[in-house]
Design a protein around this ligand. Sequence first.
Ligand code: NAD
Length: 481
Amino acid sequence: MTESNTIYPPLQLFIDGEWISRGSRNCEPVLNPATGEVLGELPHATREDLDRALASSVKGFKTWRALLPEKRSEILRQAAALMKARGDQITTVASMESGKPLQQSRIELHMSTEVLEWYAEEGRRAYGRVLPQRQAGTRMLVVKEPVGPVAAFTPWNFPQGNPARKLGAALGAGCSCIIKPAEDTPATALLMARCLQEAGVPDGAVNMVFGVPSEVCPYILRSGVVRKMTFTGSIPVGKELMKIAAERMIRTTMELGGHAPVLVFEDADIESTLDQCVAAKFRNGGQVCVSPTRYYVHESIYEKFVAGFTARVGRLKVGNPLNTDKQMGPMIHARRREAIAALVQDAVDHGATLNTGGSPIDGPGFFYQPTVLSSIPLSARIMNEEPFGPVALINPFSEFEEVMALANRLPYGLAGFAFTDSAKRVKLIGEQLEVGMIGINTFAISVPESPFGGIKESGHGSEEGIEGLEACLITKFISEA
Ligand code: NAD
Protein backbone atom coordinates (compact mmCIF):
# COMPACT_ATOMS: atom_id res chain seq x y z
CA MET A 1 0.00 0.00 0.00
CA THR A 2 1.42 3.43 -0.92
CA GLU A 3 1.59 6.26 1.59
CA SER A 4 -1.21 8.13 -0.17
CA ASN A 5 -3.54 5.12 0.25
CA THR A 6 -3.04 5.01 3.99
CA ILE A 7 -3.38 8.76 4.58
CA TYR A 8 -5.95 9.71 1.99
CA PRO A 9 -9.41 8.76 3.32
CA PRO A 10 -12.20 7.13 1.30
CA LEU A 11 -14.32 9.72 -0.51
CA GLN A 12 -17.93 9.75 0.63
CA LEU A 13 -21.00 11.91 1.06
CA PHE A 14 -22.02 12.93 4.57
CA ILE A 15 -25.80 13.05 4.88
CA ASP A 16 -27.87 13.04 8.05
CA GLY A 17 -24.93 11.77 10.07
CA GLU A 18 -24.32 8.87 7.69
CA TRP A 19 -21.16 8.30 5.65
CA ILE A 20 -22.24 7.23 2.20
CA SER A 21 -19.92 5.43 -0.21
CA ARG A 22 -20.17 5.47 -3.98
CA GLY A 23 -22.43 2.44 -4.56
CA SER A 24 -23.84 2.87 -8.06
CA ARG A 25 -23.40 6.66 -8.07
CA ASN A 26 -21.52 8.58 -10.75
CA CYS A 27 -17.97 9.35 -9.65
CA GLU A 28 -15.17 11.64 -10.65
CA PRO A 29 -11.46 11.13 -10.04
CA VAL A 30 -9.67 13.46 -7.62
CA LEU A 31 -6.13 14.16 -8.78
CA ASN A 32 -2.93 15.02 -6.99
CA PRO A 33 -1.94 18.12 -9.00
CA ALA A 34 1.75 17.62 -8.19
CA THR A 35 1.89 14.15 -9.74
CA GLY A 36 -1.25 13.66 -11.80
CA GLU A 37 -1.95 10.53 -9.71
CA VAL A 38 -5.59 9.64 -8.95
CA LEU A 39 -6.11 9.97 -5.19
CA GLY A 40 -9.66 8.65 -5.08
CA GLU A 41 -13.06 8.48 -6.74
CA LEU A 42 -15.54 11.07 -5.51
CA PRO A 43 -19.20 10.02 -5.52
CA HIS A 44 -21.70 12.50 -6.90
CA ALA A 45 -24.89 13.00 -4.91
CA THR A 46 -28.03 11.84 -6.68
CA ARG A 47 -31.26 13.85 -6.56
CA GLU A 48 -32.43 11.50 -3.79
CA ASP A 49 -29.22 12.18 -1.85
CA LEU A 50 -29.75 15.92 -2.19
CA ASP A 51 -33.39 15.68 -1.12
CA ARG A 52 -32.32 13.68 1.89
CA ALA A 53 -29.59 16.17 2.76
CA LEU A 54 -32.03 19.06 2.46
CA ALA A 55 -34.65 17.40 4.65
CA SER A 56 -31.90 16.54 7.11
CA SER A 57 -30.80 20.20 7.19
CA VAL A 58 -34.30 21.21 8.28
CA LYS A 59 -34.28 18.60 11.03
CA GLY A 60 -30.68 19.44 11.98
CA PHE A 61 -31.54 23.12 12.27
CA LYS A 62 -34.25 22.36 14.82
CA THR A 63 -31.96 20.15 16.89
CA TRP A 64 -28.93 22.40 16.75
CA ARG A 65 -30.67 25.68 17.49
CA ALA A 66 -32.41 24.06 20.46
CA LEU A 67 -29.04 23.38 22.12
CA LEU A 68 -27.94 26.09 24.51
CA PRO A 69 -25.29 28.41 23.04
CA GLU A 70 -22.86 27.29 25.71
CA LYS A 71 -23.25 23.68 24.61
CA ARG A 72 -22.86 24.59 20.95
CA SER A 73 -19.73 26.51 21.88
CA GLU A 74 -18.30 23.49 23.70
CA ILE A 75 -18.92 21.27 20.67
CA LEU A 76 -17.25 23.69 18.26
CA ARG A 77 -14.25 23.97 20.55
CA GLN A 78 -14.02 20.19 20.73
CA ALA A 79 -14.14 20.00 16.92
CA ALA A 80 -11.23 22.44 16.76
CA ALA A 81 -9.33 20.31 19.27
CA LEU A 82 -9.92 17.18 17.17
CA MET A 83 -8.69 18.98 14.07
CA LYS A 84 -5.51 19.94 15.88
CA ALA A 85 -5.03 16.36 17.11
CA ARG A 86 -5.46 15.09 13.54
CA GLY A 87 -3.46 17.96 12.07
CA ASP A 88 -0.79 15.80 10.45
CA GLN A 89 -3.33 13.87 8.40
CA ILE A 90 -5.51 16.87 7.57
CA THR A 91 -2.61 19.02 6.39
CA THR A 92 -1.00 16.22 4.41
CA VAL A 93 -4.28 15.44 2.67
CA ALA A 94 -4.88 19.16 2.03
CA SER A 95 -1.47 19.49 0.39
CA MET A 96 -1.95 16.31 -1.65
CA GLU A 97 -5.27 17.53 -3.04
CA SER A 98 -4.53 21.21 -3.48
CA GLY A 99 -0.80 21.24 -4.27
CA LYS A 100 -0.24 23.76 -1.48
CA PRO A 101 3.15 23.45 0.28
CA LEU A 102 2.82 21.59 3.57
CA GLN A 103 4.03 24.55 5.63
CA GLN A 104 1.19 26.62 4.20
CA SER A 105 -1.35 23.89 4.95
CA ARG A 106 -0.12 23.88 8.55
CA ILE A 107 -0.65 27.62 8.84
CA GLU A 108 -4.12 27.14 7.33
CA LEU A 109 -4.96 24.46 9.90
CA HIS A 110 -4.03 26.85 12.68
CA MET A 111 -6.14 29.59 11.11
CA SER A 112 -9.10 27.24 10.61
CA THR A 113 -9.15 25.95 14.18
CA GLU A 114 -8.89 29.52 15.42
CA VAL A 115 -11.88 30.42 13.27
CA LEU A 116 -13.97 27.62 14.81
CA GLU A 117 -12.90 28.75 18.28
CA TRP A 118 -13.76 32.35 17.45
CA TYR A 119 -17.28 31.43 16.35
CA ALA A 120 -17.65 29.14 19.37
CA GLU A 121 -17.19 32.21 21.54
CA GLU A 122 -18.94 34.75 19.35
CA GLY A 123 -22.06 32.56 19.16
CA ARG A 124 -22.47 33.12 22.91
CA ARG A 125 -22.69 36.85 22.30
CA ALA A 126 -25.57 37.03 19.81
CA TYR A 127 -27.12 39.74 21.95
CA GLY A 128 -30.40 41.47 21.24
CA ARG A 129 -31.57 44.56 23.14
CA VAL A 130 -34.51 45.97 25.10
CA LEU A 131 -35.78 49.35 23.90
CA PRO A 132 -36.92 52.10 26.32
CA GLN A 133 -40.63 51.86 27.09
CA ARG A 134 -43.20 53.94 25.23
CA GLN A 135 -45.99 53.01 27.66
CA ALA A 136 -46.04 51.62 31.18
CA GLY A 137 -46.35 47.84 31.28
CA THR A 138 -45.10 47.27 27.75
CA ARG A 139 -41.86 45.87 26.41
CA MET A 140 -40.09 46.26 23.10
CA LEU A 141 -37.47 43.67 22.27
CA VAL A 142 -34.93 43.27 19.51
CA VAL A 143 -33.89 39.63 19.31
CA LYS A 144 -31.35 37.81 17.20
CA GLU A 145 -32.16 34.37 15.84
CA PRO A 146 -30.32 31.98 13.54
CA VAL A 147 -31.42 32.60 9.95
CA GLY A 148 -32.08 28.91 9.18
CA PRO A 149 -30.41 26.28 6.99
CA VAL A 150 -27.36 27.79 5.24
CA ALA A 151 -26.09 26.66 1.84
CA ALA A 152 -22.32 26.98 1.55
CA PHE A 153 -20.28 26.58 -1.62
CA THR A 154 -16.50 26.75 -1.35
CA PRO A 155 -13.49 26.78 -3.69
CA TRP A 156 -10.48 24.51 -3.55
CA ASN A 157 -7.72 27.02 -2.75
CA PHE A 158 -8.19 27.06 1.03
CA PRO A 159 -9.55 23.53 1.48
CA GLN A 160 -9.58 23.90 5.29
CA GLY A 161 -10.04 27.64 5.68
CA ASN A 162 -13.02 28.17 3.40
CA PRO A 163 -15.18 25.38 4.91
CA ALA A 164 -14.09 26.45 8.43
CA ARG A 165 -15.29 30.01 7.86
CA LYS A 166 -18.65 28.90 6.55
CA LEU A 167 -19.31 26.03 8.94
CA GLY A 168 -18.06 28.11 11.86
CA ALA A 169 -20.34 31.06 11.11
CA ALA A 170 -23.43 28.93 10.47
CA LEU A 171 -22.96 26.63 13.47
CA GLY A 172 -21.84 29.45 15.75
CA ALA A 173 -25.08 31.28 14.98
CA GLY A 174 -27.20 28.16 15.58
CA CYS A 175 -27.88 27.37 11.91
CA SER A 176 -27.52 24.08 10.10
CA CYS A 177 -25.28 24.02 7.04
CA ILE A 178 -25.48 22.08 3.81
CA ILE A 179 -22.06 22.47 2.25
CA LYS A 180 -20.69 21.60 -1.15
CA PRO A 181 -16.95 22.02 -1.00
CA ALA A 182 -14.86 22.03 -4.16
CA GLU A 183 -14.70 18.71 -5.95
CA ASP A 184 -10.90 19.18 -6.32
CA THR A 185 -10.33 19.00 -2.54
CA PRO A 186 -13.10 16.91 -0.99
CA ALA A 187 -11.13 14.77 1.46
CA THR A 188 -9.92 17.72 3.52
CA ALA A 189 -13.49 18.91 4.02
CA LEU A 190 -14.66 15.37 4.83
CA LEU A 191 -11.97 15.01 7.51
CA MET A 192 -13.24 18.26 9.03
CA ALA A 193 -16.85 17.03 8.92
CA ARG A 194 -15.78 13.94 10.81
CA CYS A 195 -14.22 16.08 13.53
CA LEU A 196 -17.48 18.04 13.83
CA GLN A 197 -19.52 14.84 14.04
CA GLU A 198 -17.26 13.25 16.65
CA ALA A 199 -17.26 16.48 18.66
CA GLY A 200 -21.02 16.15 19.01
CA VAL A 201 -22.60 18.12 16.16
CA PRO A 202 -25.97 16.36 15.82
CA ASP A 203 -27.08 14.54 12.68
CA GLY A 204 -28.34 16.95 10.05
CA ALA A 205 -26.69 20.08 11.44
CA VAL A 206 -23.95 19.53 8.86
CA ASN A 207 -24.52 17.81 5.53
CA MET A 208 -21.73 17.57 2.95
CA VAL A 209 -22.41 16.76 -0.69
CA PHE A 210 -20.53 16.76 -3.99
CA GLY A 211 -21.53 16.55 -7.63
CA VAL A 212 -21.74 18.56 -10.83
CA PRO A 213 -21.65 22.09 -9.39
CA SER A 214 -23.86 23.68 -12.03
CA GLU A 215 -26.57 21.15 -11.12
CA VAL A 216 -26.09 20.70 -7.37
CA CYS A 217 -25.86 24.37 -6.33
CA PRO A 218 -29.01 25.56 -8.15
CA TYR A 219 -30.92 22.50 -6.92
CA ILE A 220 -30.07 23.29 -3.32
CA LEU A 221 -30.92 26.98 -3.73
CA ARG A 222 -34.27 26.27 -5.41
CA SER A 223 -35.31 23.68 -2.80
CA GLY A 224 -37.18 26.13 -0.61
CA VAL A 225 -35.17 24.90 2.38
CA VAL A 226 -32.24 27.29 2.31
CA ARG A 227 -32.45 30.69 4.04
CA LYS A 228 -28.95 31.91 3.30
CA MET A 229 -26.24 31.30 0.74
CA THR A 230 -22.59 31.87 1.52
CA PHE A 231 -20.43 31.54 -1.57
CA THR A 232 -16.69 31.82 -2.09
CA GLY A 233 -15.41 31.55 -5.63
CA SER A 234 -15.12 33.29 -8.96
CA ILE A 235 -17.12 36.36 -9.96
CA PRO A 236 -18.94 34.78 -12.95
CA VAL A 237 -20.16 31.80 -10.90
CA GLY A 238 -21.07 34.11 -8.02
CA LYS A 239 -23.22 36.24 -10.30
CA GLU A 240 -25.08 33.21 -11.64
CA LEU A 241 -25.78 31.86 -8.16
CA MET A 242 -26.94 35.26 -6.91
CA LYS A 243 -29.57 35.34 -9.66
CA ILE A 244 -30.86 31.98 -8.46
CA ALA A 245 -30.76 33.10 -4.82
CA ALA A 246 -32.84 36.14 -5.80
CA GLU A 247 -35.68 33.87 -6.96
CA ARG A 248 -36.41 33.11 -3.30
CA MET A 249 -34.88 36.27 -1.80
CA ILE A 250 -32.18 34.16 -0.13
CA ARG A 251 -29.67 36.26 1.82
CA THR A 252 -26.15 36.17 0.45
CA THR A 253 -22.55 36.55 1.48
CA MET A 254 -20.40 36.68 -1.65
CA GLU A 255 -16.62 36.28 -1.36
CA LEU A 256 -15.39 36.59 -4.92
CA GLY A 257 -12.24 37.19 -6.95
CA GLY A 258 -9.73 40.02 -6.75
CA HIS A 259 -6.88 41.74 -8.59
CA ALA A 260 -5.04 43.30 -5.68
CA PRO A 261 -2.93 46.41 -6.28
CA VAL A 262 0.28 46.95 -4.30
CA LEU A 263 1.53 50.55 -4.19
CA VAL A 264 5.23 50.81 -3.41
CA PHE A 265 6.35 54.37 -2.64
CA GLU A 266 9.88 55.73 -2.77
CA ASP A 267 10.19 55.92 1.05
CA ALA A 268 9.49 52.19 1.58
CA ASP A 269 12.28 50.00 2.98
CA ILE A 270 12.96 48.32 -0.33
CA GLU A 271 14.70 45.14 0.83
CA SER A 272 12.12 44.13 3.43
CA THR A 273 9.30 45.21 1.08
CA LEU A 274 10.72 42.93 -1.63
CA ASP A 275 11.02 40.01 0.79
CA GLN A 276 7.39 40.39 1.78
CA CYS A 277 6.15 40.99 -1.78
CA VAL A 278 7.75 37.87 -3.23
CA ALA A 279 6.63 35.59 -0.38
CA ALA A 280 3.06 36.90 -0.59
CA LYS A 281 2.84 36.69 -4.38
CA PHE A 282 3.83 33.05 -4.65
CA ARG A 283 1.87 31.77 -1.65
CA ASN A 284 -0.22 28.87 -2.95
CA GLY A 285 1.24 29.55 -6.41
CA GLY A 286 -0.61 32.88 -6.54
CA GLN A 287 -3.93 31.02 -6.37
CA VAL A 288 -5.20 33.22 -3.56
CA CYS A 289 -8.08 35.70 -3.80
CA VAL A 290 -6.11 38.45 -2.04
CA SER A 291 -2.87 37.62 -3.85
CA PRO A 292 -0.86 40.78 -4.55
CA THR A 293 -1.11 41.07 -8.32
CA ARG A 294 -0.50 44.53 -9.75
CA TYR A 295 2.65 46.09 -8.29
CA TYR A 296 2.80 49.83 -8.91
CA VAL A 297 6.27 51.02 -7.96
CA HIS A 298 7.44 54.63 -7.80
CA GLU A 299 9.59 55.41 -10.84
CA SER A 300 12.58 56.41 -8.70
CA ILE A 301 12.96 52.85 -7.33
CA TYR A 302 11.27 50.94 -10.18
CA GLU A 303 14.34 49.39 -11.81
CA LYS A 304 15.86 48.38 -8.49
CA PHE A 305 12.55 46.86 -7.43
CA VAL A 306 12.13 44.85 -10.65
CA ALA A 307 15.71 43.55 -10.43
CA GLY A 308 15.36 42.65 -6.73
CA PHE A 309 12.01 40.96 -7.31
CA THR A 310 13.32 38.93 -10.27
CA ALA A 311 16.43 37.82 -8.37
CA ARG A 312 14.35 36.61 -5.42
CA VAL A 313 11.93 34.74 -7.71
CA GLY A 314 14.90 32.94 -9.24
CA ARG A 315 15.70 31.50 -5.79
CA LEU A 316 12.18 30.11 -5.12
CA LYS A 317 12.05 26.35 -4.68
CA VAL A 318 9.23 24.83 -6.72
CA GLY A 319 8.22 21.19 -6.42
CA ASN A 320 6.18 18.55 -4.65
CA PRO A 321 4.30 20.31 -1.84
CA LEU A 322 4.94 17.46 0.59
CA ASN A 323 8.69 18.22 0.47
CA THR A 324 8.93 20.77 3.23
CA ASP A 325 11.69 22.79 1.59
CA LYS A 326 9.41 23.69 -1.33
CA GLN A 327 7.91 27.19 -1.40
CA MET A 328 5.59 26.70 -4.34
CA GLY A 329 3.65 23.75 -5.69
CA PRO A 330 1.67 23.17 -8.89
CA MET A 331 -1.42 24.82 -10.35
CA ILE A 332 -4.61 23.07 -9.26
CA HIS A 333 -5.28 21.53 -12.65
CA ALA A 334 -4.21 21.54 -16.29
CA ARG A 335 -6.91 24.13 -17.18
CA ARG A 336 -5.48 26.70 -14.75
CA ARG A 337 -1.99 26.18 -16.10
CA GLU A 338 -3.24 26.69 -19.64
CA ALA A 339 -5.13 29.81 -18.59
CA ILE A 340 -1.96 31.28 -17.02
CA ALA A 341 0.12 30.44 -20.08
CA ALA A 342 -2.42 32.19 -22.34
CA LEU A 343 -2.51 35.32 -20.14
CA VAL A 344 1.29 35.56 -20.06
CA GLN A 345 1.56 35.05 -23.82
CA ASP A 346 -1.07 37.73 -24.41
CA ALA A 347 0.85 40.19 -22.19
CA VAL A 348 4.10 39.50 -24.07
CA ASP A 349 2.25 39.92 -27.38
CA HIS A 350 1.07 43.31 -26.11
CA GLY A 351 4.70 44.33 -25.46
CA ALA A 352 5.23 43.45 -21.78
CA THR A 353 8.76 42.53 -20.65
CA LEU A 354 9.14 38.94 -19.45
CA ASN A 355 11.74 39.19 -16.67
CA THR A 356 11.67 35.56 -15.59
CA GLY A 357 9.54 32.43 -15.93
CA GLY A 358 6.76 32.33 -18.49
CA SER A 359 6.63 28.59 -19.21
CA PRO A 360 5.06 25.40 -17.92
CA ILE A 361 7.50 23.08 -16.12
CA ASP A 362 7.98 19.71 -17.80
CA GLY A 363 7.27 16.48 -15.97
CA PRO A 364 4.28 15.11 -14.12
CA GLY A 365 1.88 17.50 -12.44
CA PHE A 366 0.63 20.93 -13.42
CA PHE A 367 3.61 23.12 -12.59
CA TYR A 368 4.17 26.59 -14.03
CA GLN A 369 7.28 28.71 -13.49
CA PRO A 370 7.06 31.62 -11.06
CA THR A 371 6.86 34.53 -13.47
CA VAL A 372 7.60 38.25 -13.44
CA LEU A 373 6.28 40.63 -16.09
CA SER A 374 7.06 44.35 -16.14
CA SER A 375 6.05 47.39 -18.21
CA ILE A 376 2.75 45.76 -19.05
CA PRO A 377 0.29 47.78 -21.18
CA LEU A 378 -3.12 48.21 -19.54
CA SER A 379 -4.70 46.69 -22.65
CA ALA A 380 -3.18 43.26 -21.85
CA ARG A 381 -5.81 40.84 -20.56
CA ILE A 382 -3.78 40.07 -17.44
CA MET A 383 -4.05 43.71 -16.33
CA ASN A 384 -7.83 43.32 -16.36
CA GLU A 385 -8.60 39.67 -15.53
CA GLU A 386 -7.74 37.92 -12.28
CA PRO A 387 -4.65 35.80 -13.11
CA PHE A 388 -5.02 33.46 -10.09
CA GLY A 389 -1.55 32.10 -10.68
CA PRO A 390 2.17 32.68 -10.06
CA VAL A 391 2.57 35.86 -12.08
CA ALA A 392 3.71 39.22 -10.66
CA LEU A 393 2.90 42.30 -12.72
CA ILE A 394 5.15 45.33 -12.10
CA ASN A 395 4.57 48.80 -13.56
CA PRO A 396 6.00 52.24 -12.66
CA PHE A 397 4.11 55.35 -11.52
CA SER A 398 5.08 58.92 -10.74
CA GLU A 399 2.24 60.74 -8.93
CA PHE A 400 -0.04 59.74 -6.03
CA GLU A 401 -3.27 60.67 -7.87
CA GLU A 402 -2.13 58.69 -10.90
CA VAL A 403 -1.40 55.52 -8.93
CA MET A 404 -4.66 55.75 -7.01
CA ALA A 405 -6.58 55.97 -10.29
CA LEU A 406 -4.65 52.95 -11.62
CA ALA A 407 -5.34 50.97 -8.44
CA ASN A 408 -9.07 51.73 -8.59
CA ARG A 409 -9.61 51.36 -12.33
CA LEU A 410 -10.84 47.73 -12.24
CA PRO A 411 -14.25 46.47 -11.10
CA TYR A 412 -12.51 44.30 -8.44
CA GLY A 413 -12.36 45.55 -4.85
CA LEU A 414 -11.15 42.79 -2.56
CA ALA A 415 -7.75 43.68 -1.08
CA GLY A 416 -5.11 46.35 -1.64
CA PHE A 417 -1.68 46.97 -0.16
CA ALA A 418 0.75 49.84 0.17
CA PHE A 419 4.33 50.22 1.36
CA THR A 420 5.29 53.64 2.63
CA ASP A 421 6.55 55.45 5.73
CA SER A 422 4.42 58.54 5.17
CA ALA A 423 1.57 58.96 7.68
CA LYS A 424 -0.14 61.38 5.34
CA ARG A 425 -0.16 58.86 2.50
CA VAL A 426 -1.35 56.07 4.80
CA LYS A 427 -4.39 58.19 5.70
CA LEU A 428 -5.16 59.01 2.05
CA ILE A 429 -4.79 55.38 1.00
CA GLY A 430 -7.19 54.32 3.74
CA GLU A 431 -9.71 56.84 2.47
CA GLN A 432 -9.31 56.37 -1.28
CA LEU A 433 -8.46 52.74 -2.05
CA GLU A 434 -11.66 51.01 -3.23
CA VAL A 435 -11.24 47.63 -1.54
CA GLY A 436 -12.65 45.77 1.45
CA MET A 437 -9.27 45.12 3.10
CA ILE A 438 -6.07 47.16 3.19
CA GLY A 439 -2.61 46.12 4.32
CA ILE A 440 -0.09 48.90 5.01
CA ASN A 441 3.49 47.63 5.07
CA THR A 442 2.07 44.13 5.52
CA PHE A 443 0.17 41.41 3.69
CA ALA A 444 -1.37 40.08 6.92
CA ILE A 445 -5.02 41.05 6.53
CA SER A 446 -6.90 38.08 7.94
CA VAL A 447 -7.43 37.04 11.55
CA PRO A 448 -10.63 35.51 12.96
CA GLU A 449 -11.65 38.74 14.68
CA SER A 450 -11.29 40.89 11.53
CA PRO A 451 -13.98 41.10 8.85
CA PHE A 452 -12.87 39.52 5.57
CA GLY A 453 -14.68 40.57 2.41
CA GLY A 454 -14.71 42.68 -0.69
CA ILE A 455 -16.61 45.49 -2.39
CA LYS A 456 -17.52 46.28 -6.00
CA GLU A 457 -17.62 43.07 -8.06
CA SER A 458 -15.48 41.25 -5.50
CA GLY A 459 -18.66 40.68 -3.54
CA HIS A 460 -20.47 41.79 -0.44
CA GLY A 461 -20.73 40.82 3.20
CA SER A 462 -17.92 39.67 5.44
CA GLU A 463 -16.78 36.45 7.01
CA GLU A 464 -15.13 36.39 10.42
CA GLY A 465 -15.28 39.25 12.86
CA ILE A 466 -18.59 40.08 14.49
CA GLU A 467 -19.87 40.66 10.95
CA GLY A 468 -19.41 36.98 10.11
CA LEU A 469 -21.79 35.87 12.83
CA GLU A 470 -24.27 38.64 12.13
CA ALA A 471 -24.53 37.38 8.53
CA CYS A 472 -26.14 34.16 9.83
CA LEU A 473 -28.59 35.90 12.19
CA ILE A 474 -31.92 37.56 11.59
CA THR A 475 -33.15 40.55 13.56
CA LYS A 476 -36.68 40.29 14.96
CA PHE A 477 -38.59 43.10 16.69
CA ILE A 478 -41.19 42.08 19.30
CA SER A 479 -43.55 44.66 20.80
CA GLU A 480 -45.40 43.38 23.91
CA ALA A 481 -48.38 45.29 25.29
P1 NAD B 1 -15.22 28.59 -8.79
O1 NAD B 1 -16.13 29.76 -8.88
O2 NAD B 1 -14.95 27.81 -10.03
O3 NAD B 1 -15.76 27.54 -7.71
C1 NAD B 1 -16.23 27.92 -6.44
C2 NAD B 1 -17.35 27.00 -6.02
O4 NAD B 1 -18.42 27.11 -6.97
C3 NAD B 1 -16.95 25.53 -6.01
O5 NAD B 1 -17.66 24.88 -4.98
C4 NAD B 1 -17.41 25.03 -7.36
O6 NAD B 1 -17.68 23.65 -7.36
C5 NAD B 1 -18.68 25.84 -7.56
N1 NAD B 1 -19.01 26.05 -8.98
C6 NAD B 1 -18.16 26.09 -10.03
N2 NAD B 1 -18.85 26.28 -11.17
C7 NAD B 1 -20.14 26.38 -10.84
C8 NAD B 1 -21.34 26.58 -11.58
N3 NAD B 1 -21.33 26.73 -12.91
N4 NAD B 1 -22.51 26.62 -10.90
C9 NAD B 1 -22.53 26.49 -9.56
N5 NAD B 1 -21.44 26.29 -8.82
C10 NAD B 1 -20.25 26.24 -9.44
O7 NAD B 1 -13.86 29.10 -8.15
P2 NAD B 1 -12.48 28.32 -7.98
O8 NAD B 1 -11.78 28.27 -9.27
O9 NAD B 1 -12.66 27.07 -7.23
O10 NAD B 1 -11.75 29.34 -7.00
C11 NAD B 1 -11.09 30.44 -7.46
C12 NAD B 1 -11.89 31.72 -7.33
O11 NAD B 1 -12.35 31.88 -5.99
C13 NAD B 1 -11.02 32.92 -7.61
O12 NAD B 1 -11.75 33.87 -8.35
C14 NAD B 1 -10.70 33.44 -6.21
O13 NAD B 1 -10.33 34.80 -6.18
C15 NAD B 1 -11.98 33.17 -5.52
N6 NAD B 1 -11.81 33.15 -4.06
C16 NAD B 1 -12.32 34.18 -3.33
C17 NAD B 1 -12.12 34.22 -1.96
C18 NAD B 1 -12.67 35.34 -1.12
O14 NAD B 1 -12.72 35.17 0.09
N7 NAD B 1 -13.08 36.45 -1.69
C19 NAD B 1 -11.40 33.19 -1.34
C20 NAD B 1 -10.90 32.16 -2.12
C21 NAD B 1 -11.10 32.14 -3.49
